[in-house]
Design a protein around this ligand. Structure first.
Ligand code: NAD
Ligand code: UGA
Length: 453
């Protein structure tokens, strides 16, 4: 099938590459010339395990093309996926300017039937806005062409995006019941048929419910995390181990084991913005989503938990103190630093006068870029940051180690080396990687999250 992907970011590139892998003829559009140049030169602009091979294989086979040519991209696909960003506006609502710009271009250049798929995470009612914009463009060209707007939200996780896309636990598709909607449903069924071969994974619904499902899923996952973080903070006071509690409750199938890990807060491009956007949607209807407001507030506090533990141990003024930080990306296996808890910790340490040595397996370049933005008001503080070449190099002469991201490489370090490299053997573990009793045995002063047993 002929597919166009508008927006070649995390979701667009993975969607395009994976649909090409299934034999479709895919055209990926982006407004960012730099991204398109990297892709056309055989590289990929993001770190995502397994993606480069899929992109390379399908580009070589001629099934996957990258361009900034809007007219050619609209001409190409019978199905047009909109996969552009929906960042938070100043009031926290989803900024739809990129989605609507993409829709405008479709209306401007389409010459026949198109299925327009909202793949971006968009508030309930956005499909109607997309439909209106396309209709306006067509009417300004005095054209009456058939099209249908479908909602097909994406549930992939960064760091496992290719695997998640290729082996989805569900595919949610919202279509309307017009004749164009029926035509769209047939094309979408054909497109996703390879995923439904062994058992049906597609949940068909109306457009608004599909749009809502995406926010409900992210809000539920974020809620579990904030709930566990709140319990972890209590566990620290009462002397319980939140990790033991996690096993104890996760074994109940009604609760399940996933997304119960306490830590230094959730980051990333989606949970923080989607929780906020759902709250704003509710406010438009004069409703307060009290649970979600608490989820957001708990997470904002939780991102400060490592910094607070450090200042409790070393005092509020950290001048003359030096810390090692392992992990900068918002989670392992990505270089994405959007809303990463490491940014909050570095802000606290540097503004309190400390110097730091930081290490991340893939996010160093991205860290340099985002820290310039975070410290636009005090760029001189960035001279106190040293970018280390490996985890051990970061430890040299530090008063303590803080762990922010649970990269595999941090799970079983040589603790003798860790102890001898640090000025004093103190570890603040924001991802609960180590066993507190083992740390005690080997003489490490250990601060986990909710593990003061
Ligand atoms: P991204 O910022 O990585 O990519 C968006 C791309 O769209 C950028 O490359 C940008 O240059 C391009 N773009 C903007 N306007 C354009 C236009 N008019 N025409 C063509 N290209 C345009 O964003 P992302 O992380 O891929 O997220 C995209 C959407 O998918 C968001 O709504 C997000 O919430 C949702 N989502 C993201 C993930 C994830 O893991 N990142 C997972 C599920 C859903
Ligand atoms: C999340 C969802 O898991 C995806 O299903 C969804 O498609 C995506 O958002 C999206 O809409 O963009 P992602 O943000 O890539 O995916 O990564 P997650 O693995 O969900 O982690 C998000 C954050 O939560 C990370 O900072 C992680 O460290 C944190 N987390 C996760 C915890 O603190 N505890 C947990 O138990 C799980």
């Amino acid at each position: 099938m002929k597919i166009t992907i508008i927006g070649t970011g995390y979701v667009g590139l993975v969607t395009g590459a994976c649909l090409a892998e299934l034999g479709n003829d895919v055209f990926c559009l982006d407004v960012d010339q730099r991204k398109i140049d990297i892709l056309n030169a055989g590289g990929i602009p993001i770190h995502e395990p397994g993606l480069e091979e899929v992109v390379r294989r399908n580009s070589a086979a001629g099934r996957l093309k990258f361009s900034t040519n809007v007219e050619a991209s609209v001409a190409h696909g019978d199905i047009q996926f909109i996969a552009v960003g929906t960042p938070p506006d100043e009031d926290g609502s989803a900024d739809l300017q990129y989605v609507l710009a993409a829709a405008r271009n479709i209306g401007k250049y389409m010459t026949g039937f198109k299925v327009v798929v909202d793949k971006s995470t968009v508030p309930v009612g956005t499909a109607d806005k997309v439909r209106t914009v396309i209709a306006q463009e067509l009417s300004s060209r005095q054209q009456e062409l058939p099209f249908s707007v479908v909602s097909n939200p994406e549930f992939l996780k960064e760091g496992a995006a290719v695997e998640d896309f290729m082996r989805p636990d569900r595919i949610v598709i919202g279509c309307d019941s017009t004749s164009e909607g029926e035509r769209a449903r047939d094309l979408m069924r054909k497109l996703y048929a390879p995923f439904n071969r062994n058992h049906e994974r597609t949940y068909w619904m109306d457009v608004r419910s599909a749009e809502f499902t995406k926010y409900a899923a992210n809000a539920m996952l974020a809620t579990r995390i904030s709930f566990m973080n709140e319990l972890a903070n209590l566990a620290d006071h009462v002397g319980a181990d939140i990790d033991a509690v996690r096993h104890g409750i996760g074994s109940d199938p009604r609760i399940g084991h996933s997304f119960l890990y306490a830590g230094c807060g959730y980051g990333g491009s989606c949970f923080p913005k989607d929780v906020q956007a759902l709250e704003r949607t509710a406010q438009e209807y004069s409703l307060n989503l009290q649970i979600l407001q608490a989820v957001e507030a708990v997470n904002n506090q939780q991102k400060q938990v490592l910094g607070n533990k450090i200042t409790q141990r070393f005092g509020k003024n950290l001048t003359g103190r030096h810390f090692a930080v392992w992990g900068l990306a918002f989670k392992p296996n990505t270089d994405d630093m959007r809303a990463a808890p490491s940014r909050v910790l570095l802000g606290e340490l540097l503004r309190a006068g400390a110097t730091v040595a930081v290490y991340d397996p893939v996010a160093i370049d991205e860290a340099k870029r985002v820290l310039e933005l975070d410290f636009y008001d005090a760029p001189e503080l960035l001279t106190a940051v040293r970018y280390a070449n490996n985890p051990m190099d970061a430890l040299d002469g530090a008063d303590a180690l803080a762990i922010v991201t649970e990269w595999k490489a941090f799970r079983s370090p040589d603790f003798d080396k860790v102890k001898s490299s640090l000025k004093q053997p103190v570890i603040f573990d924001g991802r609960n990687l180590y066993d507190p009793s083992v740390m005690r045995e080997i003489g490490v002063e250990y601060y986990g999250i909710g593990r003061s047993v």
